[in-house]
Design a binder for this molecule. Structure first.
Ligand code: C2O
Length: 612
């Protein structure tokens, strides 16, 4: 059975009985050991040191059944400070395990260990895990698959013959630690050398004429396959197609959607898409292509690479069978942003026992403009264009504030829980932008005089507090400020109802009418279209300190992030429990470094960044 082959060998499963009723429901502890270390891998004729878990890229699959508990023992044998984040896992009353350095925990230092413990409750489908330090997630990531408690027979779609993770990623030949540092200094001249499917570069790349290995999915005619697609790339949204085949999308971000059929999947960093593929084409070989898309001119064009693998029927690859050449799909244009808009706009949630209705009454409204900006020395105007950090620092912002990690030794969650002073050194995220302008005016994309007035930004440890149970409506507006990118916005600890999206500037007067309050999809990562907007709602009912950020790594490193603090509710059941036993806090470990967020162990690095 497919689930067997996906189960990693390192998983130790211990069965215990949850309830002592007549029909006992079994809960399982899924336990993994993640040894993080550097190893050399050779691609494109070059031996490159990469930081990986258990010598694997992508890393091990965590395969659980809804309701299971997970324990992951991380042993850090790498030279980097790291944390692991369980992307999309709600971590109900368990913010301590969320894995964000200096937000929820001190980073795990080289030759230190840390154990993550969490339950996976009320979610089914595909999520993933990744390092939450700048850029290292390019090689520290893997799938996290949640199966229904009542078995695959309870999938709200035909039971697939086989299930396969399809992880789209990047191959970097550069030191990712250095890339992260450069991005935090507002420099982004570093690019991946290739894209990958399940860690393989594919035959569009070669070493001195020898093609790189590609991912191959062997299929049997007539059978159905469930692809669990994850975009683990740092920079790009991808279009995924398989020549001669269609996808039926059945879930996204571990939430079922009403099935819909498409020949292309659009997936941004952080998103997951579950799609069925029926092997109903004539026997043969069909390329599976992942093409990065990027903002059209006048945006800066950066090197981005398509990659391909293959879907292969039966004996179609054996020599002497006279098999025809593999067939290529016709891909969308690299600058096509409309196909992505339609793909995301087609999603509606599938009614399901775990789905709660969209709350109608809204308590808090935020209008968040996303873009780039500049932080300039006090009392001087920014000098645009030079990217000269002595004059200004290029930053990514929400409402003209760029996130700065806390400068104290105490992670924010600990400071919040124990009411220590450092939580007060934060700044509230403004509910609206400081100036209203034509956010999507393409004239703002190239550097010019128009931005001067608009780009002034500040760097703060920016937080937004919510009373427990608040219904929050957020409209994210992508802007043309110095770039016209889309923005995959990810919220930790909560799923968001995606009510509506559109191109251009959000206009409440007319756009509220387009809200889907009946069956909006629920997502942990919502793609805000290029020069467009998305409206979401979520219920702030999971007490803790949750990161909310763009999942483009350069946007995150440059500060397009904020921390959402959800207050405790009135009861024990609605309040954050104390840190788990052995959790390293300032109170019990005096060797902790303050600079986990910055990935390196050198303190000087932190102070020069914080000193802007
Ligand atoms: Cu997938 Cu805060 O990240």
């Amino acid at each position: 059975m497919a689930s067997q082959s996906l189960l990693p060998a390192v998983a130790i499963t211990i069965i215990s009985f949850l309830y002592t009723t007549a029909l006992p429901v079994t809960a399982v502890l899924v336990e993994h050991t993640f040894v993080v270390s550097q190893m050399n891998m050779t691609h494109l004729c070059k031996k490159t040191p990469v930081t990986v878990v258990n010598g694997q890229l992508p890393g091990p699959v965590i395969d659980v059944t809804e309701g299971d508990s997970v324990a992951v023992h991380v042993i850090n044998k790498s030279p980097y400070n790291i944390t692991i984040h369980w992307h999309g896992v709600k971590q109900w009353l368990n913010c301590w395990a969320d894995g964000v350095p200096m937000i929820t925990q001190p980073a795990i230092q080289p030759s230190h260990n840390f154990t993550y413990r969490f339950d996976v409750v009320g979610q089914e489908g595909t999520l993933w895990w990744h390092a939450h330090v700048p850029c290292l997630r390019a090689t520290l990531h893997g799938a996290l698959i949640i199966r229904p408690r009542n078995g695959v027979a309870s999938y709200p779609f035909p039971k697939p013959h086989k299930e396969v993770p399809i992880i789209i990623g990047d191959w970097w030949e550069m030191d990712l630690g250095q890339v992260g540092r450069n991005m935090m200094h507002g420099l982004f001249d570093d690019f991946a050398s290739a894209s990958t499917i399940n860690g393989k570069l594919g035959d569009l790349f070669n070493c001195s004429g020898t093609p790189e290995d590609g991912y191959v999915l062997d299929v049997e005619p007539g059978k159905t396959y469930l692809l669990r697609v994850i975009n683990a790339g740092l920079f790009s949204e991808f279009y995924l197609k398989i020549a001669g085949h269609k996808f039926t999308v059945v879930a996204a971000d571990a939430n079922y959607v009403s099935p819909y059929t498409t020949d292309v999947i659009a997936i941004a960093p952080g998103e997951t898409v579950d799609a069925l593929v029926v092997a109903d084409a004539p026997a043969g070989r069909y390329y599976m292509v992942a093409l990065p898309n990027q903002a059209p001119l006048p945006d800066t064009q950066t090197p981005e690479h398509a990659t391909r693998g293959m879907v292969r029927y039966g004996n179609s690859h054996l020599p002497g069978t006279g098999a025809p050449a593999p067939i290529s799909p016709k891909m969308p244009d690299q600058h096509d942003i409309v196909t992505s808009l339609y793909f995301h706009g087609n999603m509606t949630s599938r009614h399901h026992r775990q789905q709660s209705p969209v709350p109608v009454e809204v308590n808090e409204r935020l209008f968040i403009v996303l873009g780039l900006g500049a932080v300039c020395p006090q009392g001087r105007t920014c000098e645009r264009g030079a990217f000269d950090s002595s004059n200004n620092l290029l930053v990514a912002t929400m409402n003209n504030v760029s996130f700065q990690p806390p400068a104290t030794m105490t992670p924010l969650l600990e400071a919040h829980y124990y009411h220590t002073g450092s939580i007060n050194k934060t700044q509230e995220l403004p509910d609206r932008p400081p100036v209203l302008f034509n956010f999507t005016d393409p004239a703002l994309i190239p550097f010019g005089p128009k931005e001067r007035r608009l780009e002034q930004s500040s760097r703060e440890t920016v937080v937004r507090r919510f009373r427990h149970g608040s219904v929050v409506e957020m409209v994210f507006q992508s802007s043309a400020m110095l770039q016209g990118d889309s923005n995959p916005m990810h919220l930790h600890g909560h799923d968001m109802f995606v009510l509506a999206q559109g191109l251009g500037n959000y206009d409440a007067a007319k756009d509220v009418a387009s809200y889907n309050l009946l069956n909006p999809p629920m997502k942990n990562t919502v793609l805000v279209p290029n020069l467009g907007w998305v409206a979401v709602r979520f219920v702030a009912n999971n007490p803790g300190v949750w990161f909310m950020h763009c999942h483009y790594e350069f946007h995150l490193a440059m500060g397009m992030a904020a921390v959402f603090i959800v207050e405790d509710g009135p009861t024990v059941d609605t309040s954050l429990p104390p840190p788990p036993m052995g959790f390293p806090t300032r109170g019990n470990d005096h060797n902790l470094m303050p600079d986990g967020f910055y990935l390196q162990t050198k303190k000087s690095e932190t102070s020069s960044i914080n000193g802007i």
